[in-house]
Structure formats: structure tokens, C-alpha cells
Design a protein around this ligand. Structure first.
Ligand SMILES: Cc1cc2nc3c(=O)[nH]c(=O)nc-3n(C[C@H](O)[C@H](O)[C@H](O)COP(=O)(O)OP(=O)(O)OC[C@H]3O[C@@H](n4cnc5c(N)ncnc54)[C@H](O)[C@@H]3O)c2cc1C
Length: 404
């Protein structure tokens, strides 16, 4: 049974639906409109039929992905701009490799763009066995509609069982649209992914109920199983420049006239700070810093050690740091080499954003503060005394005594 029902009494065979369908899923056969397996139930034909002759069937959930076993392989969407691949895509290739190995299937990179050759090779060097490429001027810069059409076309042809996207502005936009079109599940902002041993379902773990619990979500009846992961949550694998992948070129079938948006111009926003996600040393302050003025000592310490100042949500809500520098569930996920948590209690919503840092050093006057349970080194004491002392030591060590 197809997802579209056609009331033959109302249908005048005008074929507006055939022309409007972006997926080539409708055609005229033997004097009537026929729906084929490419239908994604997107509803465009329902909305555009002048006679209101088409409707979406309320299919039982299992009827949509008829045979889950038809779906094989792990896919990673390769996000890029100006031909530079976003680091989260490499991180996902690393995670995708582990999942593919557990399932005994191929890992594929999915690359849409208009100058893809070098990026395809780079995707291979980060672990992809196959790179599915759609190369078309329509895909030069990201726009939801053509990328959506291209991805849905690929999924319908190759049927992956798992599809991962970065939880970036682009990835969130695209993954949501793809999951809606394909009528499958999407778990946003996962912090861990794994394969359930018995069923081989993808275990998608993310904070839930305001971060108070970690929920593991399964997509049991629909395919692909889709998840987004924020940058820096997973570790990127080492690059192996010698690794090669099979390149599969596909042609996008969407026509330019069907696209409702065009890019007029790009205006770059001036960057005030280096991106927090890229910082190697982060000096993060919380409510325990006491005031905006006291954050000056964190800035002095950060400049002594080459770090970037960030903070907890309470610090950001108090206006002591900008919201753009907040770490945690509703801020950034970071993975620096060293993370200093200064006067931060260690609430779960903060910890999910920094727990994968290589080394965590916590300073807190409360020896029972939860931050000490994730810290590699803990200093119990008054941060307002300790930070100036540490700054002094580092400045003396580097011969920089300007502050004295
Ligand atoms: C849906 C939701 C999303 C959230 N998202 C985020 C998020 O993205 N990021 C985030 O950080 N929080 C987030 N929160 C808030 C989070 O629950 C905590 O309230 C917050 O992280 C606490 O910030 P804090 O550790 O700075 O302050 P507090 O919890 O008040 O802790 C202050 C700490 O400083 C210590 N201290 C006080 N004075 C000193 C001193 N002189 N020297 C040394 N130590 C001292 C205290 O012992 C205490 O441990 C979220 C909450 C919800 C419900």
C-alpha cells in the first residue's frame, strides 16, 4: 500500500501532481495516476492537487519501512563550506567506523557539493569505505531543498540502516528535514552511540528531562536510524592519507525551478573570539567566581597559559561571560587538552559539555562538589586566592612579570 490515496472520482487526470512531485513518484499509467515506491509521503501532491483528490494514508508505523533487513550500512553526512570539511564530519566518521565494524557493514561518506574530488579523498582518509558523491552546481552552497532532495534520493536507492549528521546549524536543519520526509526517527544531540548486541539496533544516548537523566533511544520500526552529534563529543580518528574508498557518483534529479530559495549573498560575521570548540586550554568560571570583576583574574590566568575563558550557565546568566562562551547542554560541547573548572559545582548540564576534555582540573571550596567526580585533579580551596597564585607561578615560569 502506498502512502498516498487517490480519490478516482475527484481526479481529473490533470497531472499537476506528476509535475510537482520532486521524487518522480507519480506517473500516468493506463488512464490513471499511479504512485511508485519512490514516494516519501512528503505531501506536496496532496497540497497542490487542484481537485483535492489526494490524501495521505494514515499507515500503521510498521508499514512504512516494510523490511528493515533491506537497510544496510552506516552513513555519515559530510558537511563542508568553501570546500573545507567540518571537523564534526571526521569525528562522525570515526564513530561510524566503530558502529560499522560492530555490524560488519560498510561505512559510507555522503558528499553533496560542486567541487567534491579532494573532499571525497579526504573522507576516505578518515575511514570511509565508500563515498557517495552528488556533484552539481545546485549543490555548491547549502540550501535545505536541493540537499534534502539529493539525500532522500540516495537513501531511497541505497537504503542505509544508520545515518549520522553533525548537530551544527546545517546538520540540524538537514537531518530534521530528511527524517520528516522519510518518516523515520531522529535523535538529536547524542552523546553516545552503540549497537545493541541482540537486536543490532542503534543505541542513541542523550540527556533528557533537562539533563537529569541520560536516555537511550532506539528506532525500532523505521529506517534509517538517524542521529545528530555535536562537534567535539566524539574523537576524530587519525588521518590515513593512503586509505582509498570506492567513489560512487550519483546525479541529483531535482530541477532548479522546484527550488523556492536562492542564495543572494554571503555576509561574514566578524569573529570576536576563536571558536570555543577549537580551544586547547579552557579556563571556565562559575557562580563561585562571585562577580564579573573577579572574572578579570580568569582572563589574566588564561593569558598566562594561552587559554580561552568560558563559563557555566550561571556565569553567563549573571552577565559575567557572553552566552556564546557558555559550556554545557545549552551551550558548547568542548574537548580541550586542559579544562579548568573554577568555582563550578559540576551540575550534569555543565558536565555533559566538558566531560570528554583530556584533563580536567577543578578548583572548588566544597570538597563534596560533584565536579570532583569528573576531575583528574582537584584543588579544594578559595578560587579567588588560588587563581592569582597560579597566574603568578606561570608568569614567573615564562619570564613574563609584567603583572607585578
Ligand atoms: C535544561 C537546562 C539546561 C542547562 N544547561 C546548562 C549549560 O549548558 N551549562 C551550564 O553550566 N549549566 C546549565 N544548566 C544549569 C545547571 O543545572 C547549573 O545550575 C549550573 O551549571 C550551575 O552553575 P555553577 O556551577 O556556576 O553554579 P553553582 O551550582 O551555584 O556552583 C557554584 C560552585 O562554586 C563553588 N564556590 C563558591 N565560592 C567559591 C570560592 N570562593 N572558591 C571556590 N569555589 C567556590 C561552590 O562550592 C559551588 O560548587 C542547565 C539547566 C537546565 C535545567
Amino acid at each position: 500500500m502506498t502512502p498516498i490515496e487517490i480519490a478516482e472520482k475527484l481526479c481529473t487526470l490533470c497531472q499537476v501532481c506528476v509535475k510537482k512531485c520532486p521524487f518522480d513518484a507519480l506517473s500516468m499509467q493506463d488512464g490513471k495516476i499511479v504512485v511508485n515506491e519512490k514516494c516519501t509521503a512528503c505531501g506536496i501532491c496532496v497540497r497542490t492537487c487542484p481537485e483535492k483528490a489526494m490524501s495521505l494514508r494514515n499507515l500503521p508505523k510498521k508499514a512504512i519501512a516494510k523490511d528493515l533487513k533491506d537497510y544496510k550500512g552506516v552513513w555519515v553526512f559530510i558537511e563542508h563550506s568553501d570546500c573545507k570539511i567540518a571537523s564534526v564530519s571526521f569525528e562522525l566518521l570515526g564513530e561510524g567506523r566503530k558502529l560499522a565494524d560492530k555490524l560488519g557493514v560498510e561505512l559510507s561518506a555522503v558528499l553533496l557539493g560542486d567541487a567534491t574530488e579532494r573532499m571525497a579523498a579526504e573522507s576516505a582518509s578518515y575511514g570511509a569505505d565508500t563515498v557517495l558523491v552528488m556533484n552539481d552546481p545546485l549543490l555548491k552552497n547549502y540550501r535545505t531543498q536541493p540537499y534534502l532532495a539529493g539525500i532522500v534520493q540516495l537513501v531511497q536507492k541505497y537504503k542505509p540502516e544508520i545515518f549520522l549528521f553533525g548537530a551544527t546549524t546545517m546538520g540540524r536543519d538537514l537531518a530534521g528535514a530528511v527524517a520528516t520526509k522519510l518518516r523515520t526517527g531522529l535523535t538529536a544531540d547524542c552523546t553516545a552511540l552503540d549497537i545493541e548486541e541482540q537486536t543490532k539496533f542503534l543505541k542513541q544516548t542523550r540527556p533528557a528531562f533537562g539533563g537529569n537523566i541520560m536516555a537511550t533511544i532506539l528506532t525500532k520500526n523505521h529506517r534509517p536510524q538517524m542521529a545528530t552529534v555535536r562537534p567535539r563529543v566524539m574523537k576524530a580518528p587519525l588521518k590515513d592519507a593512503g586509505k582509498k574508498a570506492a567513489i560512487i557518483n550519483e546525479t541529483i534529479v531535482v530541477s532548479a525551478e522546484l527550488l523556492p530559495t536562492m542564495i543572494v549573498d554571503f555576509i561574514l560575521q566578524a569573529e570576536q573570539n576563536a571558536p570555543l570548540e577549537d580551544a586547547q586550554i579552557i579556563v571556565s568560571g562559575g557562580k563561585g567566581m562571585g562577580s564579573a570583576k573577579n572574572f578579570d583574574m580568569l582572563h589574566a590566568f588564561a593569558s598566562a597559559i594561552g587559554g580561552t575563558v568560558a563559563g557555566s550557565r550561571k556565569a553567563s546568566e549573571a552577565g559575567w561571560i557572553s552566552a556564546a562562551m557558555q559550556v554545557g547542554q545549552t551551550g558548547h560541547t568542548v574537548r580541550p587538552r586542559i579544562y579548568f573548572a573554577c568555582g563550578i559545582s559540576g551540575a550534569i548540564q555543565h558536565v555533559v559539555g566538558m566531560q570528554t576534555s583530556d584533563i580536567i582540573i577543578a578548583i572548588n571550596k566544597d570538597p563534596h562538589a560533584p565536579i570532583f567526580s569528573v576531575a583528574n585533579y582537584g584543588i579544594v580551596g578559595d578560587v579567588l586566592n588560588i587563581i592569582p597564585q597560579m597566574t603568578k607561578i606561570f608568569n614567573e615560569g615564562s619570564g613574563n612579570n609584567e603583572s607585578h
